[in-house]
Design a protein around this ligand. Structure first.
Ligand SMILES: [Zn+2]
Length: 114
């Protein structure tokens, strides 16, 4: 059975396990449950969402937040999210990404093992 309320409660429990018990109001929960599993919305209790980012100049309201092996990290608009060999994820600036990686046209070209 796919009872939507059951799914919401399951996801709230999953979020509590992942981030610690959270006592959000319904509107905040609605926002959290609508966002991605990898990158969450950037939010900080002491920073106005209209504050400009030191790195990209966009307002913080347009940013994301990702958990990496080295702790939480801000994700600027346009950043790539890389998944490492052990499933770890981290953001990468577009300029660095373009210098480091090149596109492949055939999926089999991505891996050397066949
Ligand atoms: Zn930024």
């Amino acid at each position: 059975m796919s009872d939507p309320l059951q799914k919401v409660m399951e996801e709230r429990c999953r979020q509590d396990e992942k981030w610690g018990v959270q006592n959000h109001g319904d509107m905040v929960w609605a926002t959290i449950l609508g966002e991605g599993q990898v990158v969450r919305y950037y939010r900080h209790p002491k920073m106005d969402g209209q504050h400009s980012c030191e790195k990209c100049g966009n307002i913080m309201h347009l940013h994301g937040w990702i958990e990496t092996l080295e702790g939480g990290h801000i994700v600027c608009p346009g950043d790539w999210i890389i998944t490492g060999v052990e499933g770890e994820r981290y953001p990468c600036k577009p300029g660095i990404f373009e210098q480091t990686y090149e596109p492949v046209s055939d999926r089999s070209a991505q891996s050397g093992n066949s």
